[in-house]
Design a protein around this ligand. Structure first.
Ligand code: NAP
Length: 248
């Protein structure tokens, strides 16, 4: 439906879950997708196989988003090989779930370094190539809990709320350069991140969700593809909530 032919896209955390579905959906729309991951090479290769199986194109781009030097080296190399970066999806994320009384400074630091630092480092590395082309799309993957809060997720919800601040600030900083910056805020989506939840916890989430089910990674990916498209050119600084109505 949306045509991304000729665009070069970077998807952080593209090896699994929402990042994998997003990588495939962007490739199906015609983008060449650089599939980032941190350590799970097998899963990343499987994403690439699925991209190619769907008739798309891409390559692997391993780096730790929390390491600014590694981010710069990887993005610079990608720009040298492909000449441009058009689309950045800041999807890589971790959740370390603890109640306030148990959360450690290490939990906070690790969550912040990946979820917040990672998004800023990747945006910083991609913004010059985007400015040169006077066109760019940055989509940050936040979460419903950034706005609703969730017991046991003090570090995670803080990091995802920070992503919304980053989204709004970068939207204002780079609008004049033809670059839009938006966020998607998924509700509960069936991935490795939510795999360990008990059946009772999953049922509770379903009961709180007007659409009556947990979401699929492809349903988040569809919103990302739209925000990355030409058709979304008048949308910036916004949050698209893909949550089955659980927070309205
Ligand atoms: P997931 O299945 O756990 O996958 C996480 C991905 O992030 C993997 O590809 C992982 O790479 C990558 N990653 C983690 N740390 C990284 C790092 N330091 N550098 C590079 N890559 C890193 O997660 P998911 O459920 O798909 O979630 C994707 C995003 O959506 C996250 O930002 C998450 O917070 C957000 N989200 C998820 C849900 C949900 O219900 N699932 C809801 C709201 C928001 P490896 O494979 O190499 O480990």
């Amino acid at each position: 439906m949306f045509d991304l032919a000729g665009k070069i896209a970077v998807v952080t955390g593209g090896s699994r879950g929402i990042g994998r579905a997003t990588s495939i959906a962007l490739a199906e729309a015609g983008a060449f997708v650089l599939v980032n991951y941190r350590s799970n090479e097998e899963a990343a290769k499987e994403t690439l196989r699925l991209i190619e199986g769907a008739g798309g194109q891409g390559e692997l781009l391993p780096f730790d988003v929390a390491d600014p030097g590694a981010v710069d080296r990887a993005i610079q190399g990608a720009v040298e090989r492909h000449g441009r970066i058009d689309i950045l999806v800041n999807n890589a994320g971790i959740s370390i779930d603890q109640l306030l009384l148990r959360v450690s400074s290490k939990d906070l630091e690790m969550t912040w370094a990946t979820n917040v630092g990672g998004a800023v480092y990747c945006a910083k590395a991609c913004i010059r190539p985007m400015m040169r082309n006077k066109w760019g799309r940055i989509v940050n993957v936040s979460s419903v809990v950034a706005e609703s809060g969730n017991p046991g997720q003090v570090a995670y919800s803080a990091s995802k709320a920070a992503l919304l601040g980053i989204t709004r600030t970068l939207a204002r900083e780079y609008a004049s350069r033809g670059i839009t910056v938006n966020a998607v805020a998924p509700g509960f989506i069936e991935t490795d991140m939510t795999f360990d939840l008990s059946e009772a916890a999953k049922q509770k989430i379903i009961d709180q969700t007007p659409l009556g089910r947990i979401g699929r990674p492809e349903e988040v990916a569809a919103a990302v593809v739209f925000l990355a498209s030409e058709e979304a050119s008048y949308i910036t600084g916004q949050v698209v909530r893909v949550n089955g109505g659980m927070y309205v």
